[in-house]
Structure formats: C-alpha cells, structure tokens
Design a protein around this ligand. Structure first.
Ligand code: NI
Length: 225
C-alpha cells in the first residue's frame, strides 16, 4: 500500500463516519457537515466571534507539561481564551479541547459533545476528579493533538468531577459513556498525559511514528489533509 492509499484508507476509516460519538475529541463529523446542518447556530456563532488558535500536535513538550491552576487574576484571560478554544474546537472539528493543546498551561477545558447535532458547551476551570468507578470501560479515542490517530482506551467507567464554571461557581458533574471518557481524557491533558500514554509502549510508538509520517507528508504536500 502506498502512503497515499494508506492515508486515504485512514480517512475513510469507518469510525470517521459511523462512530460520530466514538472518539473523544475526534467528533467524526466533517467540517462541511458541521457547517451545513442548521442546528449548530450556537457553535457557528461562537466560532464566528473568536479567532481560532493553532492546536499543538504531538510530540510537543508543552503537551507533556503540567498546567497551573487558574486564579481570580486570570479572569479576563480565561474568558478570551475560552472563546478562542471553542472556535478552534468547532473548526477542527472536535468535541473537547484543553488549554495546553493551544499552548496555554492553564487548567481550563472546553467540551461540546454535539449530541444529536445540538450544541451544549461546557467550560471547566480547575477540574478535579472526586471519584472514579472501579468498573472500567473501553472506548475508541482520538485527539486533536494526534490528528487521524485512534485507539481503544480503557478507563474507569464513571467519574465525578468538581470544577468552576465561567461565573466562578463551583459545579459537580457525574458522567458515564462519552462524557466520562471525554472528561478523563481532557483532565489528563492538564497533567501532560495523552490518550496514547494509556496504551502499551508498542502501540504508542506505532501511533507516534504513523503521526510523524503523516505530518511529514502533509508538510511536504500542503494540499494533503
Ligand atoms: Ni486530546
């Protein structure tokens, strides 16, 4: 198989189409479809207000660093960054983004699962995991910092998370399914952990090599997606 065939096979991988709710972060929706559907008025509005910021691609030392907690003094910065992060996430398109992925080592996450094409944006400031179930669940994940790469990741099946919302109010969320995986995946980013760090060393190095190769091909031929 040539590189070109391999890339196009990867692009037409069934998960991209069938598992729209499959990978955390990789929503599986094409940008065109995201724009064409009439129900994402909120996401379109949010992406039109704020400029997007480039998403860092692994390996990048910032993605391996620990992010610092957000304080009152960060209020203005956080509002501005949140809007830009939503714009970048919707444009990608993805369903979750953590501040370190846009080069800001702050404990800030944005999520929008876009269930049934409806926007439901969630902002988590200084999220903390209060509880993880003993029971585990496996789900395919992807990541905007590892574009085109997917793998089954096993995590606790349920989690309870405390965070501050944009108004500074303490909130708690209990999650299972896609939201659970997404929360754990994004909170991992704040501690420099990527989904591939949950895999065996062999699987991880295979994915990282494939990513590097695809990025190199993309650089050499910018027309390639
Ligand atoms: Ni990610």
């Amino acid at each position: 198989m040539t590189d070109m065939q391999r890339l196009s096979a990867a692009r037409s991988h069934p998960y991209h189409h069938v598992r729209a709710d499959g990978g955390c972060l990789a929503s599986g929706r094409s940008p065109r479809r995201l724009i064409r559907t009439g129900t994402e008025t909120k996401s379109r509005r949010m992406s039109s207000i704020a400029p997007t910021i480039p998403i860092l691609i692994a390996p990048n030392p910032i993605l391996k660093a620990k992010a610092r907690p957000i304080g009152k003094e960060d209020d203005g910065l956080v509002r501005d960054l949140t809007a830009k992060m939503f714009a970048s996430m919707y444009a990608a398109p993805g369903i979750g983004l953590a501040a370190p992925q846009v080069g800001q080592l702050l404990r800030l996450i944005v999520i929008d699962l876009m269930r049934e094409e409806k926007s439901n944006p969630l902002v988590l400031i200084n999220p903390e995991i209060l509880d993880l179930s003993k029971e585990q669940a496996t789900r395919e994940e992807g990541c905007l910092s590892l574009p085109g790469q997917y793998a089954d990741v096993t995590r606790a099946a349920r989690c309870k998370v405390r965070y501050l919302d944009l108004a500074g109010e303490a909130q708690e969320v209990e999650a299972e399914g896609l939201l659970n995986a997404c929360l754990q995946h994004e909170i991992d980013h704040l501690d420099g952990v990527l989904f591939v760090d949950h895999l065996s060393a062999l699987k991880r190095s295979m994915i990282m090599r494939r990513l590097a190769k695809e990025q190199r091909l993309k650089r050499d031929d910018p027309k390639r997606r």
